[in-house]
Design a protein around this ligand. Structure first.
Ligand code: MSP
Length: 517
């Protein structure tokens, strides 16, 4: 089943604050986006995959001060770590944006002017609470009083009282139009439970939003009023359109990729993406994004991840320890995408040794070593297929369509479960058909059985490339599948009997558990 011909698909990660080192949460979103980008490319879409860094704001300015550096030099350094994260995670992003780039300043100021022209911005004074950690304004009713009399935001972030001249965006005028948008586009916010939260929040009434600050300067200057810098979230959200050419709405990239976009975000930043962002865009005369998907948060060995607990998971470290494809697989398989999940040593090792080494790895290893030993190292020539052979081949051939449906709703865990159902069926088939017993009694039948399994493994390998690109590339080499014939459209062409195969090599080593006594 060939995929759609170059249908545009634009996918974005949040842009990460450069106040700190990359952690597991950053790696998670970036990997999930990469898997989708790869899946869609293999399925024939024209993909644009964007990630980058959020260089501005008070939080970053404070971190630069703490490091005794100029903000520009500080952000250059930390932003580089995020660029490296994408590379080390084997991500295929087409662009990496920084909000300190000239192209972005231009886009932000153009958005601002549009909002001004539309009458959606006015000058006033902000007097209220602000959490630098979240870069968010809070109403008194959202805060919790601490025993020492101070207040904290729902996220746990400390808040400060702020009083300063500020421009406001007339968010209070946008409630009905936002609700109409959610109604019209039921898939624009996912998962559904999060969509319901957003709708309830909007229904509860929106207040105008402060969109400029005057008490620090690390941001994009407000056009014609340089005492103000733009609120960091208005600046940051705009990155998604900067990167495809805004304000040049007629440009090839903008007209191709907007609004065919999927913004992948963590649940904590959904409100910015599902309420503020569509309102800003609609006010600026730009269509709102097609979808925002909010994923859950990771804990570590059952505990909230926090610096003060000292349990921050360094993505570079876990990749060194467990292997990159193993980490990519674990993160997407372990937890239903959208839910919270727990990162534990036992769970990772369990997935590596069970799903990867025992199930998939062993299946590939068994069939490839039998072919090497008994079929002269060539793809065997099959004879007539039995009902059992056909059943397995049909399950393999139907997998692409089922995965497409799961990926369409960002259900990575379901896609992997369905893939492993076929792995399980193939392992049972091998056990039942016992090709080793046919070697002397019925070599022609043995050839058919091995061919059936090879063809099944080929489907599995092609379809699993988005999640584990390196391991699947090695497996496809071992199956003799040419590098230029590994897209989903190529699933239709069966393996050619007589193709010489290289010497088999394990793709998924067992993880030797050094903590086991
Ligand atoms: N700069 C803003 C995003 C602007 S997008 C226009 C920002 N940056 S961030 O670096 O603080 O956060 C980036 C992402 O990391 C968020 O999506 C957040 O949900 C995610 N995570 C932070 N901790 C996490 C976990 N423990 N688990 C999963 N994701 C987590 O917010």
């Amino acid at each position: 089943m060939p995929g759609p011909d170059q249908t545009p698909f634009y996918i974005t990660t949040p842009i990460y604050y450069v106040n700190d080192a990359p952690h597991i949460g950053h790696a998670y979103t970036t990997i999930a986006c990469d898997v989708l980008a790869r899946f869609k490319r293999l399925d024939g879409y024209r993909v644009h995959f964007l990630t980058g860094t959020d260089d501005h704001g008070q939080k970053v300015e404070k971190s630069a001060q703490a490091a005794d550096m100029e903000p520009q030099a500080f952000t250059d350094r930390v932003s580089g770590n995020f660029r490296q994260l994408a590379q080390v995670m084997n991500c295929t992003n087409d662009d990496f944006i920084r909000t300190t780039e000239p192209r972005h300043k231009r886009a932000c100021q153009a958005v601002w002017r549009k909002l001004m022209e539309a009458g959606d911005i006015y000058l006033g004074t902000y007097a209220g609470w602000y959490a630098v950690r979240d870069e968010a304004f809070y109403g008194e009713n959202e805060l919790t009083k601490q025993p020492d009399g101070s207040f904290i935001a729902p996220s746990g972030a400390p808040v400060d009282w702020v009083e300063e001249p500020s421009y406001f965006f007339r968010l209070s005028d946008w409630g009905d139009r936002l609700l109409a948008f959610y109604e019209r586009e039921p898939d624009a916010i996912m998962p559904e439970s999060r969509r319901n939260e957003v709708i309830a929040f909007v229904k509860s009434g929106l207040r105008d939003l402060s969109v400029s600050r005057t008490t620090f300067s690390w941001g994009v200057p407000v056009p014609d009023d340089p005492d103000h810098v733009m609120y960091v979230w208005l600046d940051a959200l705009t990155n998604y359109i900067t990167a495809i050419g805004y304000p040049d709405e007629e440009s090839e990239s903008f007209s191709t990729f907007w609004p065919a976009v999927l913004h992948m975000v963590g649940k904590d930043i959904l409100r910015f993406h599902a309420v503020y962002w569509p309102a800003f865009l609609m006010a600026a005369g730009v269509a709102p994004p097609k979808r925002v998907f909010a994923h859950g948060w990771w804990t570590s060995e059952g505990q909230k991840i926090s610096k003060s607990l000292g349990n921050v998971i360094d993505p570079f470290e876990i990749v060194k320890r467990y292997g990159l494809d193993q980490v990519r697989y674990f993160l997407l398989r372990e937890v239903p995408f959208g839910n919270d999940g727990d990162f534990s040593y036992r769970a990772v090792v369990g997935r590596i040794n069970n799903d990867l080494a025992n199930d998939f790895g062993n299946l590939a290893q068994r069939v490839l070593s039998m072919v090497a030993k008994n079929c002269g190292g060539q793809v065997p020539e099959p004879g007539g297929f039995t009902a059992a052979d056909e059943a397995l081949l049909t399950a393999a051939r139907e997998l692409a369509g089922r995965l497409r449906a799961a990926y369409e709703v960002q259900a990575f865990h379901r896609a992997l479960e369905m893939t492993w159902e076929v792995v399980g069926a193939a392992n049972r088939y091998v056990d039942e058909q016992a090709p080793w017993a046919l070697r002397k009694s019925d070599p022609a039948r043995m050839a058919t059985v091995l061919y059936t399994v090879l063809e099944t493994v080929k489907h599995l390998a092609i379809l699993t490339q988005p999640v584990m690109p390196d391991a699947m590339s090695s497996l496809l080499d071992q199956l003799g599948q040419p590098a230029e014939r590994r897209s989903f459209a190529d699933l239709a062409g069966a393996l050619r009997p007589g193709t010489a195969l290289p010497k088999p090599q394990g793709v998924f080593p067992r993880y030797l558990d050094e903590t086991a006594a």
